[in-house]
Design a protein around this ligand. Structure first.
Ligand code: MG
Length: 246
């Protein structure tokens, strides 16, 4: 075969392959249900399908362990009131996407795990740590972006204390059988300041003890009072369809 004929045969084969691929793409477009369109948010604006838990105005969505929510709200920011206890969501959640912004105090002489400590405890049991780890080393399994005592973050994406930082977290709830025995682990995916720090890691169990976890699919989460003046703003949740058991 001459080189001209060879080139022509190759071109024909490529054209046939391209046509087949395009048919396949067209078929897939028809067969796969298109995702819902939503208006995307930004660092300071919640998306249109979010449940806003704190927009700077009040603590109406929150409740303290002992009663009314008691953290400080000022300048559209909520701040831990040390000694007043953790702040629970009034709503209960299963699988969610959570967005929040947090800031550790700039002026503090504390070190290690005492420096700007707070956290988010999903189902009141599994903590994603909030901590000032900017040039402040602490136990890697307890630093910012860790699943506390379980998974070290992939990178340390901390900004300096006093600056606002973001968490975008996907929490997938564990499954329990009717006897309260866990039959499937939950997972966390975490972005810290837009950087992937937990990549769908298994939640091994309750963060701090071996006490049994309530098996309910929907439960509150809370923000931790660890005695540091950590602030939060722009907190919203998108409820997700539950991940399948298998
Ligand atoms: Mg903590």
């Amino acid at each position: 075969m001459t080189s001209g004929k060879l080139f022509a045969a190759g071109s024909l084969a490529a054209a046939i392959l391209f046509t087949l691929c395009m048919q396949n793409v067209a078929w897939n477009i028809q067969a796969v249900k298109a995702p819902r369109a939503i208006e995307p948010g930004s660092a300071t604006k919640a998306p249109s399908d979010a449940i806003v838990l704190f927009d700077g105005k009040n603590l109406d969505e929150w409740v303290g362990r002992k009663g009314a929510a008691s953290w400080t709200v000022k300048d559209e920011i909520m701040t831990v009131a040390p000694g007043q206890g953790d702040m629970y969501t009034k709503r209960k959640f299963g699988d969610i996407q959570l967005h929040m912004e947090w800031r550790t105090p700039a002026a503090t002489k504390r070190k290690g795990e005492s420096k700007g400590n707070s956290g988010i405890k999903f189902h009141s049991a599994y903590e994603i740590q909030v901590l000032d780890n900017y040039k402040n080393q602490s136990n890697p399994k307890g630093q910012a972006g860790s699943v506390y005592k379980q998974h070290v973050p992939l990178v340390n994406a901390c900004r300096p204390p006093g600056e606002w930082q973001t968490y975008d977290i996907v929490f997938r709830s564990p499954y329990f059988d009717k006897d309260g025995k866990r039959v499937k682990m939950g997972t966390f995916t975490v972005f810290h300041n837009g950087i992937l720090v937990q990549d769908k890691v298994n939640i091994l169990g309750r963060t701090n003890s071996n006490r049994p976890v309530a098996p309910d699919y929907k439960q509150p989460f809370f923000l931790q009072d660890h005695g540091s003046l950590v602030s939060y703003r722009n907190i919203w949740v998108r409820e997700l369809k539950r991940a399948p058991l298998d």
